[in-house]
Design a binder for this molecule. Structure first.
Ligand code: HEM
Ligand code: HEM
Length: 173
């Protein structure tokens, strides 16, 4: 299997990114349910998502995106690409709001004890910004879940309804 994407299939690098992020996000929502204590695992895992999505985006930007099955209209193609781009925006924006919540309280975000993030959101008056960030973080958490749900339904519809290769070309096997 090629590492690079081709016109009609994702390469193994894109597949690895896709399914690794899928698993990390499941873990992340699980950690989000244990936030009563100051949960550094939720913070570090969120930073991991940020780093992986940035690398993944550069990979996507330098690779062909597989074309839609024959007969797909321009609107549908735009919707598909739009949802994919939205995932990149949400999964990069989400950790940034998280970092803002924590740093606005003057606290430090550690990446699994390996290094600390630089304090970016600690200006005076940051408390209000931190509360705003928390509101956004809570809303976007739900938007991401809704987007994932739509994405899964569409993928299954392609496979079982339209019977094209759209799901198969993202599967690891
Ligand atoms: C894609 C990455 C992330 C996802 C999917 C995510 C998801 C969530 C979810 C579902 C909640 C619970 C929201 C609620 O109860 O309304 C939450 C809360 C929280 N998250 Fe994240 N998070 C991410 C990244 C981060 C990062 C990187 C940090 C900090 C470095 C962070 C810090 C927090 C904090 C402090 C709260 C509690 C917010 C509050 O006080 O209301 N999150 N997150
Ligand atoms: C955390 C959950 C998920 C996220 C955030 C996510 C995100 C994404 C993104 C960003 C892409 C675009 C890849 C690119 O071109 O760079 C994509 C493609 C794809 N995903 Fe997911 N995905 C998730 C879960 C799933 C699941 C559970 C399935 C299967 C049921 C699935 C099936 C697919 C398929 C088939 C494609 C390729 C679509 C195409 O060829 O146009 N995804 N996903």
């Amino acid at each position: 299997m090629s590492s690079k994407n081709t016109d009609n299939s994702y390469g193994w690098v894109a597949k690895l990114f896709h399914w690794a992020v899928f698993l990390i996000i499941i873990a992340q929502y699980f950690f989000a349910n244990n936030l009563r204590e100051y949960n550094q695992y939720h913070f570090a895992t969120g930073v991991l998502i940020l780093l992986v999505m940035l690398i993944r985006f550069s990979w996507r930007a330098t690779n062909p995106v597989p074309t839609m099955p024959e007969g797909t209209g321009p609107l549908q193609t735009m919707a598909a690409h739009g949802l994919h781009i939205l995932f990149y925006v949400l999964l990069i924006g989400m950790p940034i709001t998280g970092i803002a919540i924590v740093q606005a309280k003057g606290r430090v975000v550690s990446f699994f004890g390996m290094f600390d993030l630089p304090q970016i959101f600690t200006a005076t008056g940051a408390e209000d910004a931190g509360e705003f960030a928390a509101t956004i973080h809570g809303v976007v958490a739900k938007v991401i879940l809704a987007a994932i749900l739509i994405h899964i339904i569409v993928a299954l519809y392609h496979h079982f309804g339209k019977k094209d290769n759209v799901l198969r070309r993202m599967l690891p096997w």
